[in-house]
Design a protein. Structure first.
Length: 134
């Protein structure tokens, strides 16, 4: 049972951002500190990747574990309320992610996904991003 009224829940969900989220900002600061420069949310590419390294033909998506259904993460669990709605929504998000990645790869782009939970180990994430971008 949801503890919030439908109107308050709607307002709260409307406050969820899709761009410039905290995880995305953390990845942007990390990549910038490593000396890499990038473009943001290039709409001409499938999925409008969060970070685009055009000269390298590489893109990075920063995914929230809940919203994109991260399997191996405690944050990727479905809520106990309204499970049918959330299962369908997250399944569609995952399908769209796969479609966008496949389209980018067909266009010759290399794709890397950073999950929100990976920010808990910045040294490992920095190493992975450096390997991907170098």
């Amino acid at each position: 049972m949801d503890k919030l009224t439908p109107a308050h829940r709607s307002w709260l969900m409307g406050r969820v951002k899709s761009k410039n989220t905290s995880p995305e900002m953390a990845v942007r600061r990390l990549v910038f500190s490593m000396g890499f420069r990038y473009r943001l949310h290039v709409k001409s590419l499938p999925g409008s990747p969060d970070l685009v390294f055009a000269g390298r033909k590489k893109v990075v998506f920063v995914n929230g574990c809940f919203w994109h259904g991260h399997d191996s993460c405690k944050y990727g669990r479905l809520p106990k309320n309204n499970t049918d709605f959330w299962a369908a929504k997250i399944t569609r998000n995952r399908e769209r992610d796969t479609e966008n990645i496949n389209a980018l790869e067909r266009l010759g782009w290399n794709v890397h996904t950073v999950w929100q939970c990976e920010l808990k180990n910045p040294e490992k994430l920095q190493s992975e991003l450096n390997d991907f971008l170098s």
